[in-house]
Design a protein around this ligand. Structure first.
Ligand code: FMN
Length: 363
């Protein structure tokens, strides 16, 4: 059991958020924290977790808790992964390298974004003991897309996460107002030349313009098949919120489905992730891994997601808050708090292992 007393002044993830806000530039804070348009989904991702109550068991003999989980045939120490988030060096100079080291130390796998500010190879070299997946945006240029997959394979990444909820970038009005662009000295390090700059013409968010000009807005299920045929690594699709789409994914042979609305950053008023999970888990029916992200901030959120059929969850913004607060150490402390909360929640709800988390625990 992780000792919650060892985690410094900040005792929960919400306090990391407040501390990060003080340290980040307004441009970075807006980019990290915003959701699309009225930010209805951004808030509902949290509120949906809060609406679910736990009908806990008592006297269940939970002196020892086993937090391990299986994802696509491999064991993970505890059921959390780091979600792919672009541009970590906006939070801290050490960016994705600090995240990689913290993730390795705390026993979680890191999903590296296509739009990382540190390259695929440099991240792998910085934390050789760590486990990593690569998040792929599919470019109109399939040659470039293929090259990214090859680089991830060569650097030892274990899976490819194809993000499918972003044919265009959602409208994040704060970024549009700020004319978001990367500050001098930072680049999208997996790309080269002018592509890597995420520049703006001064009229809009540079990232919005980047998506519209170089990513493929016309992807179909055939492209999932194409990607699966391109690589021997398992492919997961990220951004599914419906059972019928999950079924289509499984038919294409994916290793996993990630229930996600991109942290409320894409289609505003879309369904909260945790509300979409039961339907997806039922459709997948054990034929592929089911993961979830969006609004996971407490150990009890993880209990709820696992009870509703997820094998694990991913966390996005809290990693950036930890990074902003204290680099690698901040990310580690944030993860330690979350793990201790999960362990405590399992003890209190009478579950000695993740296999004992079932829908009947919840109302
Ligand atoms: C600042 C930021 C950048 C993101 N960049 C990416 C990305 O490059 N690729 C991707 O698939 N998802 C991206 N996401 C979405 C996350 O992977 C994840 O779905 C979401 O953050 C989970 O919600 P949470 O932040 O509430 O934990 C990003 C999210 C944030 C907040």
């Amino acid at each position: 059991m992780v000792d919650l007393r060892g985690t410094g002044d900040l005792v929960n993830l919400a306090e990391f958020e407040a501390a990060a806000k003080e340290r980040l530039s307004p441009l970075a804070w807006d980019y990290y924290s915003s959701g699309a348009m009225d930010e209805i989904t951004l808030h509902d991702n949290r509120e949906a977790f809060e609406r679910i109550a736990i009908r806990y068991h008592v006297l269940a003999g939970t002196a020892q808790r086993d937090l391990t989980t299986q994802i696509m045939g491999r064991q993970h120490e505890w059921p959390v992964l780091i979600a792919p988030t672009a541009f970590a060096r906006l939070a801290h100079d050490d960016g994705e390298i600090a995240v990689a080291r913290a993730a390795a130390a705390e026993g979680v796998a890191q999903v590296l974004s296509t739009l990382s500010t540190t390259s695929i190879e440099d991240v792998a070299r910085a934390a050789p003991g760590g486990r990593r997946w690569f998040q792929l945006y599919v470019f109109r240029d399939r040659g470039l897309t293929t090259e990214l997959v090859r680089r991830a394979e060569a650097a030892g990444y274990e899976a490819i996460v194809m993000t499918v909820d972003a044919p265009l970038l959602g409208r994040r009005e704060r970024d549009a107002r700020n004319r978001f662009t990367l500050p001098e000295g930072l680049t999208a390090a997996n790309l080269s030349g002018s592509l890597a700059k995420i520049g703006t013409d001064g009229l809009d968010s540079g990232l919005f313009q980047f998506f519209a000009s170089v990513l493929d807005p016309g992807l179909t299920w055939d492209d999932v098949e194409w990607l699966a045929s391109l690589t021997n690594l398992p492919v997961l699709v990220k951004g599914v919120v419906r059972g019928d789409d999950a079924e289509r994914a499984v038919e294409r042979g994916v290793g996993g489905v990630i229930v996600s609305n991109h942290g409320g950053r894409q289609l505003d008023t879309s369904i909260a992730s945790i509300d979409a999970l039961p339907e997806v888990a039922e459709a997948v029916d054990g034929r592929a891994a089911v993961l979830l992200d969006g609004g996971v901030r407490r150990g009890t959120d993880i209990v709820k997601a696992l009870a509703l059929g997820a094998n694990a969850v991913l966390i996005g913004r809290p990693v950036l808050w930890g990074l902003a607060v204290d680099g690698e150490e901040g990310v580690r402390r944030m993860l330690q708090i979350l793990r201790a909360e999960l362990d405590l929640a399992m003890a209190l709800c009478g579950a000695a292992s993740v296999e004992e988390l079932w829908p009947d625990l919840l109302v």
